[in-house]
Design a protein around this ligand. Sequence first.
Ligand code: BGC
Length: 353
Amino acid sequence: MKKRLVSRILATAMAGVMAFSLPVMAEEATEDTAAEETTEANPELADKKVGVCIYQFADNFMTLFRTELENYLVEKGFSKDNIVIQDGANDQATQSNQIDAFIADGVDVLIINPVNSSSAATITDKVVDAGIPLVYINREPDASEEQRWADNDWDVTYVGCDARQSGTMQGELIADLGLDKIDMNGNGKVDYIMIEGDPENVDAQYRTEFSVKALEDAGLEVNCLDDQIGNWDQATAQQLVANSLSQNGDDIEVVFCNNDAMALGALQAIQAAGRTVNEDIYLVGVDALSEALEDVMAGTMTGTVFNDHFSQSHSAADAAINYLTGAGNEHYIGCDYVKVTGDNAQEILDMVK
Ligand code: BGC
């Protein structure tokens, strides 16, 4: 039911904001919609074993993702007992052992959120050798790795959103305020700091690059005062932003965070420094965590971007099912982000809660 609401919100959002929209995304959105229409549980899935590897349970967004993934797999006909979800504890060696154990156990399909995307080739090789179909989620392997799946016609795919879109939306959230409001120190530039996620992760790389690019594309001059690695983590980001605020003081006009967990940490630091979001500083994140949505509504966060864990987890489960039923999949399955402001935060909150 929530998923249907997502599609409606997405349709509204796409109509309004999608200067960025690429033809390939429209195609992928259609595929996703088609996948969502099959709601019947399939009795043939009841005895199929699914192994799921999550890079780290202690990640707010991946917690939403895996909870929804498990629920949806059960809804589709898998038995809860046959779904095993492992915590990689942010350690590739730990996760590789978990994958080996899943292979030894003879799982029918694997869904993997790699700790390091750069380990994908090694992971793919051993999973393909074992004859197990593989669905990567959330951390996209690089283009040459994806090319191997197509070249060899392997049952391997990636499900995720294009982080360039979320970065662009973050930049637009700021650019839409207009230079007069942003440029509080009057130097004619947008003075910002950037708090990045795990630098190995393409989501972090693209959000960092495209948020700034959107400002420049809007004709704004930018000035980066600080760029730090917060590794997607709230407490780390709080510390980094506190340091940056004490070094750069009132010159910071905008705080970009690659995700909401870090934006929540940034907000704690901003408030501790006696600054006020939307009055003397602007703050944006990505994910649309409930807490961040509450902040957007209260005006203590300028905006965020909904990272649709419903669509991504459902598409990942559907892709696993398509391998099991022999229907097969494309090697890339996408999904769209939604820009969130005070205008639609309540609507998104009603859906994610
Ligand atoms: C999310 C982050 C999360 C990361 C994990 C990103 O897409 O925005 O919140 O920590 O995925 O890989």
